[in-house]
Design a protein around this ligand. Structure first.
Ligand code: 15L
Length: 275
């Protein structure tokens, strides 16, 4: 059987770097695209390294050739000017989806963010009587960055409805090696790298998912996002940020707007300013 080829955009970013070793599989080639330099292939590592921008239609057409699935992580990962956000995150995602469609790629996984719903209140999930904020809660962005993530969710839905592509959009909490750099909020939002890989594997292998919007979070004791939608795709979290709680006990908890809303400090960060 031919190798499965998975294109990862933004592969040199925080999430891409964490996923590269974890999505390595027998019978799979990872095609890794980023603007930034990437570490060379390790002995026995089946990777194809590409340098390019998600805003470059020609580069994306070449990157999508012969690919079975795309994991689109590329783009600005925090607040930036409106122009940069529009260009890289929204137009860039459109460019990626167009290239995937033209190349006949049947499955695309898009990285959205909790900031698409950053102005939802933390207690909304429990108010609704659910076990967390539903993954399809309508957008309440906290930044231009959050607006761009809401827009790519809509683009993914459009490409599924118009062209029948399987599109899974993940509202990622905070995917870092540990929740420690995030402070106390990380105990709620953390997606461990191991769980991230388990989630991407579920997204790659779920039979005919159609269009799905899911949360990307570990089964944290203090979790406020629903896991039901990701679990329906076959994801099973094995991690819980609570094991780091003691190490974060001395750090000041956020207050005010940042404490009450899903987006935390993004809710009060100056709009349109790179931070
Ligand atoms: C995000 O969407 C960012 O890309 C990431 O850097 C974190 O800040 C994360 O959200 C978060 O909310 O912690």
């Amino acid at each position: 059987m031919a190798d499965q080829r998975v294109l990862i955009t933004g592969s040199a970013g925080v999430v891409g770097t964490l996923m590269r070793p974890r999505l390595r599989r027998e019978g799979r080639v990872l095609r890794l695209l980023d603007l930034a330099p990437q570490p060379p292939a390790e002995p026995g590592e089946a990777v194809e390294l590409l340098t390019g921008s998600v805003t470059d239609a020609k580069a994306m057409a070449a990157a999508c050739e012969g690919v079975d699935a795309v994991i689109h992580l590329g783009g600005h990962s925090r607040e930036n000017s409106w122009e940069a956000t529009l260009d890289v995150n929204i137009n860039g995602t459109h460019t990626v989806l167009e290239a995937a469609r033209e190349a006949g790629v049947s499955r695309v996984i898009l990285a959205s963010s909790n900031h698409a719903v950053g102005f939802r209140r933390n207690d909304e999930g429990s108010i609704a009587g659910a076990t967390g904020l539903p993954a399809d809660s309508s957008p309440r962005p906290d930044t231009y960055y959050g607006v761009s993530k809401a827009a790519i969710e809509a683009l993914g839905s459009l490409y599924h409805s118009r062209f029948g592509m399987d599109v899974i959009v993940i509202r990622i909490g905070s995917c870092f090696e540990t929740p420690l750099p995030l402070g106390p909020r990380g105990l709620t939002t953390w997606l461990s790298p191991g769980d991230g890989a388990r989630l991407f594997e579920a997204c790659l292998s779920a039979p005919s998912p159609g269009y799905r919007l899911i949360w990307g979070v570990s089964d944290n004791t203090r979790r406020i996002y629903s896991l039901a939608e990701a679990e329906a795709l076959g994801y099973q979290s094995l991690d819980d940020a609570e094991v780091y709680a003691d190490q974060l006990a001395d750090q000041p908890a956020p207050t005010g707007i940042a404490a009450e809303h899903v987006g935390g400090p993004f809710c009060t960060a100056p709009l349109g300013e790179f931070n």
